[in-house]
Write a protein that binds this ligand. Sequence first.
Ligand code: SAH
Length: 213
Amino acid sequence: MKDTFKHQGLRQKLVKTVKSKGITDERVLNAIGSIPRHLFMDSGFLDHAYKDTAFPIAADQTISQPYTVAFQTELLDIKPGDKILEIGTGSGYQTAVLCELGARVYSIERQNELFKKTSKFLPKLGYRPKKLIFGDGYLGLEEEAPFDGIIVTAGAPHVPKPLLSQLKTGGRLVIPVGRDIQIMTLFIRKGPKAFEQHEYGEFRFVPLLEDKN
Ligand code: SAH
């Protein structure tokens, strides 16, 4: 578990790339600049860690592209202390970004292997989400609701109703919606049954799966 000047230099280049693609939120850029992304991947993939691309991790899943992580985080518009639910913990990289921004993070992962690995790994780097959960993100996390923000990091064929109902008024749900290609979608809760919806173009994610097996 090492972070060297070389890694730091590569990270600053990555920050520039992400910025050149349109990310402006300085706090998000700082998070990308400080999190050692190479440690979230198997060591053999070191050379890829600071390219702006998605990459395979365990259990046939991927660590999201840094630009995508930054884009989704910017849409969430987090304030320190916000209660945030993440669906799809995966490598924990997005979780770490949320922690860096001062959020109180709850994150759900349906692959037990990844859940276990990431639960051990994040505290080693000093990231302490409130709770990591092994379970089905389609259900959200009723016992901790409502949330200031919910972020889904897998492609959702439809918008799960519990995620909308677990938002505070003023809360934001950022979710890529679609099967083969997803449209990044932001819902802002305006009232008990009122939601504003905005769409932000095409992305590609691994699918949000409906069953646990
Ligand atoms: N945020 C992760 C992205 C991982 S890819 C990162 O930065 O590395 C998406 C993740 O969603 C995968 O780990 C996958 O196992 C998980 N996932 C898929 N369907 C899910 C579901 N129904 N509930 C919770 N997690 C799910």
